[in-house]
Design a protein around this ligand. Structure first.
Ligand SMILES: Cc1ncc(COP(=O)(O)O)c(C=O)c1O
Length: 418
C-alpha cells in the first residue's frame, strides 16, 4: 500500500512560530501539536461546514473530532446560527438580568433528562462539574468525592497538578470504570464522609479504550450512593444528546441525583448545565453563590433550544446510530482482516480505534503510522481522543472513511511485516 503524501502545513507552522511569541506554548491544552502527531497535523483551522474542516493551508478534512464534542449537527448549521444571529440583532443577548429562555430550556430538560427537576445554566463543562460538586458538598455537609473520568480543568479534578495546593484535591479519590469492587472498598472506608460520586456513566477514559457498563455496574454504583447517603452525579458532558437525548442514564436505565451536561446540546455555543433532583439542587439557592457575568447570556440558550428542536424534529440520534453502526462494522472488518493489533471500542455516536500493547512495543509506532495515513488522506481523527459522528456526516463521507481506514491498516500491515 502506497504511503500517502505528507500535507503542506507551512502556514500553520508559521502561525505557530508567531503564536509562541504571543501565547505561552503557542496554543494551550488539548489543541497543542503534541496532542496530535507533530509535523503531520495542521495547527490552525480556517473554516468548517457540515462534516468538513479546512485548515489555513487549504487542506480539507472530513472531521471526526467535532470540536472535541459540541458539534452534534455539523459545522455552521444554518438554522442554529440564524436563530442566534436573530437573537443578537433583534433583542440582544447580554443583559443585567436574565432573559426568559432560561425557563423554557429548563422545562425542556425536565422532559428529556431522567433526573432533571431543577437546572442551573453555566458556560463550560468544568464550570458545571465544579458546581455539581459544590452543590453535593453543601447538600450533604461532607467533603470527600469519588470520581471516575475526565471532569475538566478545575483544581479538584485536573490531571496535571501543577499550581494546585494538595489540599484542593486531597479529598478526591479516583476509581476505575467498571470496577465496582474498588469503589465499594473506598466507600467502606469513607462512605460516611463522601459527598459525591461523580462519574461518566459511559466509560471514556483519557487516551484509552472506551467501555460500556458491565451488567450491574451502574446499578451497583447507584446502590452504594443510596446506602451511604452520597449524591450520585453523572458527568454526561459528552454523552447527553449523543447516546440518547436523555444521555447514558436514559440508555442504561440508571438515574443519578445530579447530572452535568454541555457539549452536544448547543452545536458549539457555550452553555452547560447542572440538573437534577429538586431537594439536592435547592442547595444551590440556599447555601451557594454560583454566578458569572456570562452565565445568563442568551446566545447559548437560544442555540441549545434550536439544536434540541432539530435533534428531536429530524430524529438525529437515530440517524447517527444507524450510519455509525455501518461505519463501525466496516472498521471491524478491516481490523479483523489485517490483524495489526488495532481495537475498536465505543458505540456508533462515539468510538475509538486504539492499538494493543504488543511484545515488540511497536503499538505506538503503528498507531501513529495509522493516524498519520488518515490525516494525510484528509480524515481528521487523532490517536489521543475518540471520534464522534455528527448528523452532517453523509453516507458517502463514511464510506470514504471506511476505505481510508482500510488502506491505512493495509499500510501498517505491510510496513510492520517486513
Ligand atoms: C466528560 C467531561 N466532563 C467535563 C468536561 C469539561 O468540559 P469543558 O472542556 O467544557 O470545561 C469535559 C471536556 O472534555 C468532558 O469530556
Amino acid at each position: 500500500m502506497k504511503e500517502a503524501n505528507k500535507l503542506n502545513i507551512t502556514r500553520s507552522q508559521e502561525l505557530f512560530e508567531e503564536a509562541k511569541t504571543l501565547v505561552p506554548g503557542g496554543v494551550l491544552g488539548a489543541r497543542k501539536p503534541g496532542d496530535f502527531i507533530e509535523g503531520e497535523y495542521p495547527i490552525f483551522l480556517e473554516y468548517g461546514k457540515g462534516s468538513r474542516l479546512t485548515d489555513v493551508d487549504g487542506n480539507e478534512f472530513i472531521d471526526f473530532l467535532c470540536g472535541y464534542g459540541p458539534i452534534i449537527l455539523g459545522y455552521r448549521e444554518d438554522e442554529v446560527d440564524d436563530a442566534v444571529i436573530k437573537q443578537i440583532k433583534d433583542k440582544g443577548f447580554c443583559f443585567t438580568l436574565t432573559q426568559r429562555y432560561q425557563n423554557k430550556l429548563a422545562k425542556k430538560l425536565t422532559e428529556l433528562v431522567p433526573c432533571s427537576e431543577l437546572s442551573i445554566f453555566l458556560k463550560t463543562g468544568s464550570d458545571a462539574t465544579t458546581a455539581a460538586i459544590r452543590i453535593a458538598r453543601a447538600y450533604t455537609n461532607r467533603i470527600k468525592v469519588m470520581r471516575c473520568g475526565y471532569h475538566g480543568w478545575h483544581d479538584w479534578c485536573v490531571e496535571m497538578k501543577g499550581g494546585i495546593p494538595e489540599k484542593f484535591y486531597e479529598d478526591v479519590y479516583e476509581f476505575r470504570y467498571n470496577n465496582l469492587d474498588q469503589l465499594e472498598d473506598l466507600m467502606k472506608k469513607y462512605g460516611d464522609q463522601t459527598a459525591a460520586i461523580i462519574m461518566t456513566p459511559f466509560g471514556h477514559p483519557i487516551h484509552q479504550k472506551m467501555e460500556i457498563p458491565k451488567p450491574g455496574f451502574l446499578e451497583g454504583v447507584r446502590e452504594l450512593a443510596n446506602k451511604h447517603g452520597t449524591v450520585l452525579v453523572f458527568d454526561e458532558v459528552r454523552t447527553c444528546f449523543r447516546l440518547r437525548m436523555g444521555g447514558a442514564q436514559e440508555l442504561y436505565g440508571v438515574t443519578p441525583d445530579l447530572t452535568v451536561l454541555g457539549k452536544g446540546m448547543a452545536n458549539g455555543y457555550a452553555i452547560s448545565v447542572v440538573t437534577g433532583k429538586a431537594d439536592v439542587m435547592m442547595a444551590a439557592a440556599q447555601k451557594l453563590f454560583i454566578s458569572s457575568t456570562f452565565f445568563p447570556n442568551s446566545d447559548g440558550y437560544i442555540a441549545a433550544l434550536k439544536t434540541i428542536e432539530i435533534l428531536e424534529r429530524d430524529n438525529v440520534l437515530n440517524n447517527i446510530w444507524e450510519k455509525g453502526n455501518r461505519l463501525l462494522a466496516n472498521i471491524q472488518n478491516s481490523i479483523d482482516k489485517y490483524e495489526v493489533g488495532a481495537e475498536l471500542s465505543g458505540v456508533a455516536p462515539m468510538f475509538f480505534i486504539t492499538f494493543k500493547r504488543n511484545e515488540t512495543n511497536t503499538q505506538k509506532e503503528k498507531r501513529d503510522d495509522f493516524y498519520t495515513q488518515l490525516i494525510r488522506k484528509g480524515f481528521f481523527f487523532t490517536p489521543h481522543h475518540h471520534a464522534y459522528i455528527s448528523y452532517r456526516h453523509t453516507e458517502e463521507d463514511l464510506d470514504k472513511t471506511a476505505t481510508a481506514i482500510d488502506e491505512a491498516m493495509a499500510y501498517v500491515k505491510e510496513k510492520y511485516q517486513k
